[in-house]
Design a protein around this ligand. Structure first.
Ligand SMILES: Cc1ncc(COP(=O)(O)O)c(C=O)c1O
Length: 392
């Protein structure tokens, strides 16, 4: 890697909501990002779990380009065939029957929380400690990380956050005022923490017993990331509502809430809406992404590559004293260290490998499914070298 010639400065005209790296984006292609100094990086984080098919997959680019010339926006008063086709692809790949398209993950969760309350006429929304559901008021209140809520109070009423993977606490808290339980099958931002199979089953049982709804937040885990279309399929449950975003448009901003047929009447005309959600450009990206994932068998590839990647991470990194745990599902992996992961993440970036943190001690990887096996293996060895050099 060449030494960086220029250092990106903090911009004076942007709210500093992100602690930006000293890198300025130039271009991205498949699994590589190039900065304005000509340095190339292997993107092991896929733009935070977004470009599952790699940056600029030709099928998605062509579909968006075609739509660009045919019209971007007319409003949701029109029937959009593009939206109906995208909805059909989502319902045919899930246990859901109806789709509401939004522009982001947080918006999809916001829709899910509103729908659950409206349908049940109940207040309580149960979520779990260390979960992440977004930064709008409803999704922020559901998020199980106090740092996300700090300074923005008061939170909306009725949100209860329980310890993750703890069936007893759930049994105590769920009651006849519970509208929904919202959960990630693998907590992403919270440290790549899979939910126990027993716990997931117990959540579904308790929800059914108490007449509440189950919302699976599949914003990070969905669209093949964990080796099946949605992660909950591997736990043998059927949520009432599924939320999706990130990989859904392979980088085009779009979110979706998928719900069961019996919820239809609760989201009638005037109940919820969005100006941009489901616009033809986003829908072109969704259709091309979902069709390509299926036709080119990328989800199967994610399952197989992901298993080999996790095995290699385990084999090479577990023996290191600084490594506390290696965990993951499919192409979603976390290496938990006995110390803060930020110095290793920075050192890896300087080596040309982009990874991201998840909680204070975890190195998180969400590579595009198109990443070559040899690149994945090299990444594992780069992590080993980096951890060893930081330790010495
Ligand atoms: C599980 C989960 N839910 C919700 C969100 C929020 O999505 P967005 O940033 O698109 O609003 C994220 C984003 O990281 C996420 O990982």
């Amino acid at each position: 890697m060449e030494k960086q010639e220029e250092t990106a400065q903090e911009n004076e005209e942007l709210f500093p909501t992100y602690k930006r790296w000293e890198l300025t984006f130039q271009k991205a292609e498949d699994t590589t990002i190039t900065d304005t100094n000509g340095n190339r990086y292997q993107d092991f984080m896929a733009g935070i779990g977004v470009v599952n098919l790699g940056h600029g997959h030709p099928a998605v680019v062509q579909a968006v380009e075609k739509q660009l010339h045919e019209g971007w926006h007319a409003s949701n008063f029109f029937h959009y065939s593009q939206q109906e086709e995208a909805a059909h692809l989502l319902t045919s790949h899930s246990c859901g029957d109806l789709v509401f398209f939004a522009n982001s993950g947080a918006e999809a969760n916001e829709a899910a929380i509103k729908l659950a309350r409206k349908h049940t006429s109940r207040k309580k929304i149960i979520s779990f400690v260390q979960s992440f559901h977004g930064r709008t008021f409803g999704s922020m209140a559901a998020t199980g990380q106090t740092a996300v809520q700090e300074g923005f109070g008061p939170m909306p009423e009725g949100f209860v956050r329980l310890p993750f993977n703890d069936v007893n606490e759930l049994e105590k808290a769920i009651d006849e005022d519970t509208a929904a339980v919202i959960m990630e099958i693998v907590q992403g931002e919270g440290g790549v923490r899979p939910a126990d199979e027993k716990f997931v089953k117990a959540v579904q049982e308790q929800v059914e017993k108490n007449g509440a709804l189950l919302i699976c937040d599949e914003i990070q885990t969905g669209i093949g990331r964990t080796g099946t279309f949605f992660a909950h399929e591997q736990r043998g449950i059927e949520p009432d509502i599924i939320t999706s975003a990130k990989g859904l448009g392979n980088g085009f901003p779009v979110g979706a809430m998928i719900g069961k047929q019996f919820l239809k009447e609760s989201f009638g005309p005037g109940s919820h809406g969005t100006t941009f959600g489901g616009n033809p450009l986003a829908m072109a990206a969704v259709r091309a992404t979902l069709q390509t994932l299926t036709e080119e068998k990328w989800i199967e590839a994610a399952a197989e590559k992901g298993e080999r990647f996790l095995n290699e991470l385990n084999r090479v990194l577990r023996p290191l004293p600084v490594v506390e745990d290696v965990r993951g599902v499919g192409m979603m992996a976390g290496v938990e260290l006995t110390e803060a992961s930020a110095p290793a993440i920075k050192a890896l970036r300087e080596k040309g490998m982009l990874v991201i943190g998840a909680g204070p001690n975890v190195i998180r990887m969400l590579p595009p499914f198109t990443m070559k096996e040899e690149t994945l293996v090299k990444g594992v060895h780069d992590i080993k070298e980096t951890l060893q050099s930081i330790q010495s």
